[in-house]
Design a binder for this molecule. Structure first.
Ligand code: ATP
Ligand code: MG
Length: 170
């Protein structure tokens, strides 16, 4: 169905704010992040995608004692699609692992498994949900600098959102 993706991202961030804060990670939205962004997708499932990606960004974040860790959500228009990006300045993923992290039970640091928790299913679920939306998950990462996970959803076709119409009328 149609739903407001901007609102969903804000809701997920609100939900995870406490967890992020307790790890010294700031959840951020750009100043020009929209109020409304209508897309055609399965809202519950996309909520899970954003939750899993944000959870990872927090979990594998910059845990240096100086702090300064952040996770930022961005959205971009790409023709009839909206691209959602979840960026972090965390530990990053070594290139040789990049094409395997979407496999079930695959984790980069096995030895950390017990410490940082997790089963290695989060990204496999993300990939599966996006495939069902004829979309795909993209990742760019640099060790020690951070990661960017992104995917695209179909924009609402014809109508402008109400706020945009109001803006034009003003
Ligand atoms: P689960 O999501 O089931 O709790 P998990 O987080 O280990 O467990 P995935 O979400 O599938 O599993 O992620 C797979 C692996 O990819 C992680 O174990 C981690 O090594 C790496 N990874 C995922 N996201 C990030 C990120 N934002 N930064 C650094 N490494 C990441
Ligand atoms: Mg995970």
């Amino acid at each position: 169905s149609y739903f407001n993706l901007a609102e969903l991202i804000r809701a997920v961030f609100d939900q995870m704010e406490g967890k992020a804060e307790s790890q010294g990670i700031a959840l951020r939205l750009p100043a020009d992040f929209p109020e409304q962004l209508w897309v055609w997708a399965d809202k519950q499932r996309i909520q899970q995608v954003i939750t899993n990606l944000t959870s990872n960004a927090i979990k594998y974040s910059n845990d240096s004692p100086e702090g300064g860790g952040w996770v930022e959500a961005q959205v971009r228009e790409e023709g009839d699609r909206i691209r959602v990006l979840i960026k972090d300045n965390g530990r990053g993923i070594p290139a040789e692992h990049l094409n395997r992290i979407f496999e079930r039970f695959y984790r980069v640091e096995k030895s950390r498994a017990k410490v940082s928790g997790g089963t290695g299913l989060g990204l496999a679920i993300v990939k599966h949900i996006l495939e069902a939306h004829k979309s795909q998950i993209d990742v760019q990462s640099e060790v020690g600098k951070g990661s960017v996970f992104s995917f695209r959803l179909k924009k609402r076709k014809d109508k402008r959102s109400r706020s945009q119409q109001t803006e034009l009328a003003e």
